[in-house]
Design a protein around this ligand. Structure first.
Ligand SMILES: [Mg+2]
Length: 370
């Protein structure tokens, strides 16, 4: 089998209701992503997803990765990962180029599963679980009454772990938001708070000390990812877990985090960190350091389902992030749907990712093809 083409589909799905209107970055009015298709001479097609700035993915695929991959055997997944990574020279240790590589790697795993007639998780590593604990992520800087209703709705849907956004909003104060959610869900439910790097060390320490009163399970990305020493110190100072890693790249980036003892929970995003091939290396290394994985996935169902297969093979696994807010790219573009049940989610069993795109729905949101 040989790779004959690689295509990128840039999708933009407008939202009915803008999200996170009082956050510093302004409201999110649409969900966007770049899906990548790897096409072969035997008719098999693999689908992947990149975190990269969507409109910039097609030229990177065409000018950088396509020449490296055309004519290659798509089943040589690890060799192709190295070929892509080394092909970047000094340009691609972190950032957008690795995000595009990640999407291609996921597509190659989808192809590999389809070629062997197996779901990805069965050929990716040892199966540690096929039902993953999941948490509900949402609550983006809403007014207090909306936060309360949203938190309760997640518990009513069976989740025993919920996550809200703090740190980069200018509406409800962070402490009030966490208190509201804690009171809404009661004492038996885990509450996590995601700062998206909105604090500096002093602010994180001050806020974290106040939030200890609400039995916060983890504080996520309290400071920017470059400041590993701050992460380490916050772990020592605060009576809660410190989570991070969604902005980190490759095994080398995660190795630095683990050696620094920067996090209690590592959150690789497969669409960014180097795809499934690199994700597995990161999970194995995380287990050596005793750090559990909690997957980060925010884009379409393609990346979320890749994360499910990944979660099945992680030796130490904490939870699957189930992003609950409005997202047509999660709910509308594939035949198969995600069905969380009692705070868990089952791994998909079809060949590859186990997903079939609904072409009419993909066309509906398609804004660029390259
Ligand atoms: Mg986050």
């Amino acid at each position: 089998m040989k790779i004959t083409d690689i295509q990128t589909l840039v999708l933009v799905a407008p939202l009915k209701k803008p999200m996170g209107g009082v956050s510093n970055s302004g409201p999110i009015r649409s969900r966007k992503t770049a899906l990548i298709r790897v096409i072969t001479d035997e008719g098999l097609v693999g689908i992947g997803e990149s975190f990269g700035i969507p409109q910039l993915v097609p030229p990177i695929v065409q000018q950088i990765f396509r020449p490296l991959l055309l004519g290659q055997n798509p089943l040589e997944t690890e060799l192709l990962w190295d070929r892509m990574y080394r092909g970047l020279g000094y340009h691609g240790q972190k950032g957008l180029l690795i995000e595009v590589l990640s999407g291609i790697d996921i597509a190659l795993w989808d192809l590999r599963g389809k070629a062997f007639g197996q779901p990805i998780y069965k050929i990716l590593g040892e199966t540690h679980r096929t039902i993953l604990p999941a948490y509900a992520a949402g609550m983006y800087f809403s007014p207090v009454e909306d936060l309360r209703a949203e938190a309760r709705s997640y518990v009513e849907q069976g989740f025993s772990s919920v996550k809200l956004k703090i740190g980069v909003g200018n509406g409800v104060p962070d402490e009030v938001a966490v208190q509201t959610v804690r009171e809404a869900v009661g004492p038996g439910v885990r509450v996590m708070a995601d700062v998206n790097c909105g604090y500096d060390y002093e602010k994180a320490l001050e806020a974290g000390r106040k939030l200890e009163a609400y039995d916060l399970y983890w504080l996520e990305e309290p400071v920017p990812p470059e400041y590993l020493e701050d992460y380490r110190q916050l772990r020592q100072e605060l009576n809660m877990k410190i989570a991070g890693g969604e902005a980190e790249y490759t095994r080398w980036g995660f190795k630095a985090m683990f050696e620094k003892e920067a996090v209690d929970v590592a959150q690789p995003d497969l669409m960014r960190c180097g795809g499934l091939t690199e994700g597995v290396r990161i999970a194995q290394m995380a287990a050596e350091y005793g750090v559990p994985i909690s997957t980060h996935a925010w884009l379409s169902i393609v990346g979320m389902v890749a994360s499910l297969h990944y979660g099945a093979v992680c030796p130490l696994f904490e939870s699957f992030e189930f992003e609950m807010t409005e997202n047509p790219l999660r709910d509308e573009i594939t035949v198969e749907k995600l069905h969380p049940e009692n705070g868990t989610i089952k791994v998909f069993e079809g060949p590859g990712l186990g997903l079939q795109l609904i072409e009419e729905q993909v066309s509906r949101y398609l804004v660029m093809k390259g």
